[in-house]
Write a protein that binds this ligand. Structure first.
Ligand code: PAZ
Length: 333
């Protein structure tokens, strides 16, 4: 009979065997500097989670990440995302009783204020000088009802302390922040109550710190050839190691409809998370697909609903919440 746990001290460390190389994702965190604000970030997050007691939590990521081309950054690569999906979804999570950790691109759209910023109207167009009280300013009569509704919800979220705004700019800041949120959730045992709703448009390529020029690239050098590395696939790490008990919803954006569903399925198979929401750049405000290993379901607004100003997130978020409830039942029992 042999035993599988006998120890031979001479062979305890076999120096002829090379060390396992660290995973690509771990190397990323070793080779790129952590944002200086990370300890403060973690402190604020822990305080927020503690204050929110047993409330369910949605971590909503939103907006695009940048890829700096210089250390003292003048130029960077960016993407189209304005943060509409994230900011709008955050409001519906709040309305459904969730606390929301809003990890967003700095200066992109925010829940509630999104109705009045980056819009075709300047915020001043919503105001008029009061006729009854000369010298004072009030909201234009035609915007009163809508603005009061938004204002009340905004103030309620402030009063209840249910919305935490955490900004990022670069892809590296985003990844360090996401890892910090996942690990903090697990540390505070909030993970089973939490859903990650990853709507941010995260760069697939980046310039490693080791190759980043210190100063502004000079045009006198002639043609600029940029050589970017692929960003390691963090979703696998998030699902397997950082947040295994959190329900994870990722988004998949494509521009070619014929590959959207298959790409979403491939992501599910590769990362083993719970749900991929697929959308096309051209129709993302009107139509999405929910893809799981079992089925694909389409959700869309009718032309009528679109005209009335209904938002697709009003359909997406309650559907995600339904699935989160089922997930919670499963992981808690
Ligand atoms: O910010 P926005 O509302 O303009 O766009 C939202 C979106 C298309 C970025 C989002 O729905 C999405 O698909 N995010 C994931 C993108 C991706 O990495 O595939």
């Amino acid at each position: 009979m042999y035993t599988t746990n006998a120890i031979n001290p001479e062979k305890a460390i076999d120096r002829s065997v090379a060390d396992q190389p660290p995973a690509e994702e771990d190397l990323y965190f070793e080779q790129n500097p952590a944002p200086e604000y990370l300890p403060e970030f973690e402190r604020k997050l822990s305080e927020f989670l503690t204050n929110n007691g047993t409330r369910k939590v949605a971590v909503v990521t939103s907006g695009g990440t940048t890829v700096p081309l210089e250390n003292n950054t003048v130029r960077f690569i960016d993407n189209f995302s304005a943060g509409t999906r994230g900011a709008t979804s955050a409001e519906y999570f709040l309305e459904n009783g969730y606390a929301v950790v809003f990890l967003h691109r700095q200066f992109s759209l925010l829940p509630y204020s999104r109705h009045y910023t980056h819009s075709t109207n300047c915020f001043l167009d919503y105001m008029v000088e009061s006729e009854t009280e000369p010298g004072s300013v009030k909201v234009d009569e035609k915007y009163q009802v809508q603005m009061l509704d938004v204002l009340r919800k905004y103030k309620q979220a402030q009063k209840d302390n249910t919305l935490l705004l955490l900004p990022f700019t670069t892809v590296t800041q985003y990844l360090f922040s996401l890892r910090c949120i996942a690990l903090t959730m697990s540390k505070l045992h909030v993970d089973t109550r939490c859903v990650f709703y990853l709507a941010a448009a995260v760069s697939d390529f980046f310039m490693p710190t080791s190759r980043l020029p210190q100063h502004k690239i000079q045009s006198s050098g002639g043609e600029l050839v940029v050589n970017l590395d692929p960003v390691p696939k963090f979703l696998k790490r998030l699902v397997e190691a950082w947040a295994p008990r959190v329900m994870i919803v990722s988004f998949k954006l494509e521009t070619d409809e014929s590959i959207l569903e298959s790409k979403a399925k491939t992501a599910l198979e590769r990362y083993n998370h719970q749900l991929v929401i697929g959308n096309l750049l051209q129709t993302r405000k009107k139509e999405v697909i929910f893809v799981t290993l079992e089925e694909t379901e389409k959700y869309s607004l009718t032309d009528e609903e679109e005209k009335e100003g209904k938002e697709i997130e009003e359909i997406i978020v309650p559907e995600v919440i339904k699935r989160h409830d089922v997930w919670q039942e499963k992981v808690c029992n």
